[in-house]
Design a protein around this ligand. Structure first.
Ligand code: SF4
Length: 381
């Protein structure tokens, strides 16, 4: 007998194909999804509108394996973090950021899509962990279920999801697309397409591929207004330079219709990319792009070599962008007492790339962050 299939690995199309291939009617897939995602029932014997024969087949062919929670912490500001262990033995992190404003609750979940990350952006602590593989759709969906379990205790649920945890989601394209399908499917989590966002460092071919495949929202981690600066911060930029990236993002946003816009993520690092001239250059670059800009003051981690700018510098940068007509949000740091702030997620990665060891060696040898970056750039080239 073949291995059971994990229910959470299948989007609606996948589940429909699966039940039809076993000789059952198409609409059974929707019935099943309602039992599992709406009622939380995973006991097939309780699914009374399915035939006994189908229930018996399901019991043999389907499992509901989820990642195991190995650590859970709640910050004094309400931000929650889970460390979950995957089937591979690696651990990744998931962060929930609850916000209340004008009586409305917003629970944003930041999910991981890869174990570590191979892109090695110089300011990112996840990047320093090396890379050890992709998460399955079930392992991504599992993160949503775990957060919903906690939120159910106060009659709430996840309202927004961002693929901004560990990893570059578009390097795990198929699993991420299927997970996003489930997040936006009325028979599963039913979130609006505006509330599910994939955040990428700029994988141009994959953004192109998203057109017509999905209508979820898009965020780009830009962090610099020109190629020279971005090449040093986001090594992927050497392959897909800024103009090419902005063009494909604009095409994607256009494909979603007139009322949609994208998010530009810009981490501000003291003396690196936070000068007023950078703000003006950014405004020029984005002059014809439908976007809002999120400014994120850098969250330092040991050996990063970067510093967080003063609030005066941050505000001055924001003011330039606002004066140039951009909706510009300042992302306040949340959950830094539990290491859950942006760029602090590290999990436990069995590093196949040996990047952690190389990084530690460079630091031990007393090399500066800039030297470490130059060496890393050569290794990547
Ligand atoms: S910033 Fe994102 S893409 Fe870059 S190394 Fe970190 S996780 Fe990877």
């Amino acid at each position: 007998m073949s291995e059971p299939i994990n229910f959470y690995d299948l989007n609606q199309n996948g589940l429909t194909e699966f039940v039809v291939a076993a000789g059952h009617q198409k609409f059974r897939a929707k019935q099943l999804m309602k039992w599992v995602y709406h009622q939380g029932i995973t006991e097939f014997s309780a699914m009374t509108d399915l035939s006994l024969a189908m229930r018996a087949w399901l019991a043999e062919s389907v499992c509901f394996d989820l990642p195991e929670v190995v650590h859970h912490a709640v910050s004094k500001d309400g931000t929650a973090k889970w460390v979950v262990r995957l089937a591979s033995g690696n651990c990744v992190e998931t962060v929930l950021i609850p916000e209340k404003s004008e009586g409305r609750v917003r629970n944003t979940l930041c999910v991981s899509s890869q174990v570590g990350c191979m892109l090695d952006c110089t300011f990112c602590s996840t990047g320093k962990q090396g890379f050890n593989g992709n998460l399955s759709t079930a392992e991504i969906i599992g993160q949503v279920l775990i957060a919903n379990q906690m939120l159910a205790e106060r009659n709430e649920a996840v309202t927004n999801i961002v693929f901004m945890g560990m990893g570059e989601p578009l390097l795990n394209y198929e699993a991420v697309m299927a997970a996003a399908d489930l997040m936006m499917d009325d028979f599963a989590f039913g979130l609006s397409k505006r509330r599910v966002t994939v955040s990428t460092a700029g994988l141009v071919p994959a953004i192109h591929e998203m057109m017509g495949r999905t209508d979820m929202s898009l965020a780009v981690s830009l962090h610099a207004p020109n190629d020279e600066l971005r090449n040093g911060l986001v090594p992927l930029n050497r392959k897909y330079p800024i103009k090419e990236l902005i063009r494909v993002c604009s095409d994607y946003i256009e494909s979603l219709g007139e009322r949609r816009s994208m998010t530009i993520e810009y981490t501000l690092m003291d003396g690196v990319n936070d000068k007023l001239s950078h703000a003006h250059e950014l405004a020029e670059l984005l002059a014809n792009v439908r976007c809002k800009i999120n400014l994120i003051p850098f969250n330092p981690f040991p050996g990063s070599g970067f510093k967080r700018p003063s609030m005066n510098r941050v505000r001055a940068f924001q003011t330039v962008l606002m004066q140039r007509g951009f909706a510009t949000m300042l992302r306040t740091t949340r959950g830094d007492d539990i290491d859950a702030a942006c760029g602090q997620l590290v999990g436990q990665v069995q590093d196949r790339t040996q990047r952690q060891a190389r990084y530690r060696e460079h630091l031990k040898a007393g090399r500066t962050a800039a030297q470490t970056r130059r060496i890393a750039a050569k290794e990547l080239a």
